[in-house]
Design a protein around this ligand. Structure first.
Ligand code: PBG
Length: 324
């Protein structure tokens, strides 16, 4: 049947009608809240490049995570800014490192929130690259043991899940092996499987103080032009033992999310990254778009593309809006 007998506008006339035929439902259950933890106490310092986001000391982080839990958010993802950095990113795997202290504090005061840790060397290396250098390049195989050591130290501190974001080949298998050998067979890995070398990480690098001191990350993160390769990345990470796979960033890669969804029956996460956050914040500040509508439209779009989970700095705001 065609127009004029059939009219699509019939089911758009009222909010209740629209509600009845809505195909995608965003839920607080889908959202993961990324947080930055810094040394000190009583610190809640605004991050200039990400309005509404903060550097939290461990005590303030616990308060923020408790508030997130009270909004119904199921999980947080932790990034640490350490006291010291060296060539090998050693401070990332110290038992009393910044993330390890944060995990312990969160797990001892809020058992019911899932604590995920980002596993990568870039926040802990003096050169800001995601791995160990050999002749001026990031050496894949030398990096693996450092990543596995960091992941293990997070889990020993009590992390519920680890999320390697470095893009070294073979790191999921290495982390899985070490966790299993040490008796942590129940701890899942969420791998940043298809992570692209994106300009949209700009605000994060300011927040995490992890800008590479030379060169860029195109030698290990993916070329934004590639989707077939993204599927190969996902295949390998699943074969190596990833429990959840991720596509990152989200908005410029919705087609990648859709293809991964179509091809794999594994839980799929998408990272709505710092640049995607900052764009909306900046435009909303100028009064150029309605923040609430823009955020819910973006998050719904990411879910419609096929993501089960969305890592987003908008998580608490969205949780509040979804409750109303
Ligand atoms: C660390 C890491 C990055 C992000 C998450 N983990 C930065 C990068 O790869 O340079 C980016 C997150 C964001 O932009 O919100 N490797």
């Amino acid at each position: 049947m065609y127009f004029p007998e059939y009219r699509l506008r019939r089911l758009r006339r009222t909010e209740n009608l629209r509600r009845m035929v809505r195909e995608t439902r965003l839920s607080v259950d889908d959202l993961i809240y990324p947080l930055f933890v810094v040394p000190g106490s009583g610190v809640k310092e605004p991050i200039a490049s990400m309005p509404g986001q903060y550097h939290f000391s461990v005590d303030k982080l616990v308060e923020e995570a408790a508030a997130a839990r009270d909004l119904g958010l199921p999980a947080v993802l932790l990034f640490g800014l350490p006291e010291t950095k060296d060539e090998f990113g050693s401070s990332g795997s110290e038992p009393d490192g910044i993330v390890q202290r944060a995990v312990k504090a969160l797990k001892s005061s809020l058992e019911d929130i899932v604590v995920i840790t980002d596993v990568c060397l870039c926040e802990y290396t003096s050169h800001g690259h995601c791995g160990v250098l050999e002749n001026g390049r990031v050496d894949n195989d030398l990096t693996l043991e450092h990543l596995a050591r960091q992941a293990l130290s997070h889990v020993e501190a009590g992390a519920d899940m680890v999320a390697p974001s470095d893009m070294m080949d073979g790191r999921v298998a290495e982390i899985r092996d070490v966790l299993d050998e040490e008796g942590h067979t129940h701890v899942p890995i969420m791998s940043y499987a298809a992570k692209f070398a994106s300009s949209f990480y700009g605000p994060f690098r300011e927040a995490a103080q992890s800008t590479p001191s030379f060169g860029d990350r195109r030698d290990y993160q993916m070329d934004p032009a590639n989707v077939l390769e993204a599927l190969r990345e996902v295949t390998l990470d699943i074969e190596e033992g990833a429990d959840i796979v991720m596509v990152k960033p989200a908005l410029p890669f919705l087609d990648v999310i859709a293809k991964v969804r179509e091809k794999f029956d594994y839980p799929l996460a998408a990272y709505n990254v710092s640049g995607e956050y900052a764009m909306i914040k900046a435009a909303a500040e100028k009064g150029w778009l309605d923040e609430r509508r823009a955020v819910l439209e973006v998050l719904t779009g990411i879910k419609r593309a096929g993501a089960d989970l969305i890592i987003t700095y908008f998580a608490p705001q969205a949780a509040r809006w979804l409750k109303e």
